[in-house]
Design a protein around this ligand. Structure first.
Ligand code: DON
Length: 312
């Protein structure tokens, strides 16, 4: 099924149709995440892909209107929201290097004095959410407001079942937060921070919603309403960290195959940015061993091959 929301400029629709056809014939889609039981029930054969143009046109193929759990994709938006408020001071509390480790790893934190490698591993995202919480009093609410405004979808919301499931199975994230607190790198009470983080991860959104919400990174920091969220330089910084850290210990392979800034989540979604040109979101719940969508990476790989669009 293919639907377009507008007819103004669906430049890449034939490419998306071809990719959906190819993916449909591809066996081996990986397995949905099951460490959060509420995520395990999704059908690994689901597939959707959307492109958003800088003017707000959005179109897609397959299940591109189906909401899924955004999970770690939200780490891009909380980073942008915090960076917009506090600027470079953030980098005293979280680094900008790939970790080469799984997203939920603890191992580097002790060697590196409670400063996480980057904002996209869980430890780094907890620091960002903590700092956004300090500045706003409701980090997850700020995120939700932002996503609703940029996607133009006021129905976008948290999934309380997923958030509760995360909390029940949240020992690893709690350990990360307590460990960083012992180094003085967390401001808020840990239960408050974890509640904010789990709600943040639980946001349910579609490929259309997330492709639109990522638009400010293709527009060099400009929001959908024309106001500026990030400076041009900060937008470049976020895109660069997505390229080098957005898919965890598979970021090198993602850059090699796709050649775009991207960010994955264990719900099976991946957002990607062609700076100055468009944004993409692809969703298929089956994951590889690094927590990245198998069909999602394959689809983005085909997109940049077929269009010749990449940052390289
Ligand atoms: O912190 C967690 O375990 C999840 N709620 C988010 C993890 C995630 O999406 C990692 N990405 N691939």
């Amino acid at each position: 099924m293919v639907i377009m929301t507008t007819t103004s400029s669906a430049t890449f629709l034939p490419v998306l149709e071809r990719i959906a056809e190819e993916i449909d014939h591809t066996p081996g889609r990986g397995r949905p995440a099951d460490y959060i039981p509420a995520l395990a029930a999704r059908d690994p054969r689901s597939f959707g892909m959307a492109v958003a143009e800088p003017d707000g046109t959005v179109y897609g193929v397959g299940d591109w209107r189906e909401p899924f759990s955004a999970q770690s994709i939200t780490k891009v938006f909380t980073l942008a929201l915090d960076l917009a408020r506090e600027g470079d001071e953030l980098w005293e509390h979280v680094g900008r290097e790939p970790s080469g480790n799984p997203f939920n790893s603890l191992v580097q934190l002790e060697y590196e004095n409670g400063i996480p490698r980057n904002p996209f591993i869980n430890a780094g995202a907890l620091v960002v959410t903590d700092r956004l919480q300090t500045r706003t009093g409701d980090a997850a609410g700020e995120l939700l407001d932002f996503l609703r405004a940029e996607s133009g979808n006021p129905a976008l919301d948290f999934d309380t079942e997923v958030a509760a499931s995360e909390a029940v199975h949240g020992d690893r994230n709690a350990a990360l937060a307590h460990f960083m607190a012992s180094y003085g790198n967390i401001d808020n009470d840990i239960p408050v921070l974890l509640d904010q983080y789990f709600r943040q991860c639980s946001v349910a959104a579609s490929c259309a919603d997330l492709a639109l919400a990522t638009g400010f990174l293709a527009r060099h920091g400009i929001r959908a309403d024309g106001s500026r969220l990030l400076s041009r330089s900060q937008a470049k910084q976020v895109n660069a960290i997505m390229l080098t850290c957005g898919t965890y210990d598979a970021a090198g392979n993602f850059a090699y195959r796709v050649g775009l800034p991207g960010k994955s989540g264990v719900g099976g979604g991946i957002i990607a940015v062609v700076p100055g040109r468009c944004t993409l979101c692809v969703w298929s719940p089956g994951l590889d061993e690094h927590g990245n969508s198998v069909a999602g990476v394959a689809a983005l790989d085909r997109f940049t091959t077929l269009t010749g669009l990449s940052i390289f």
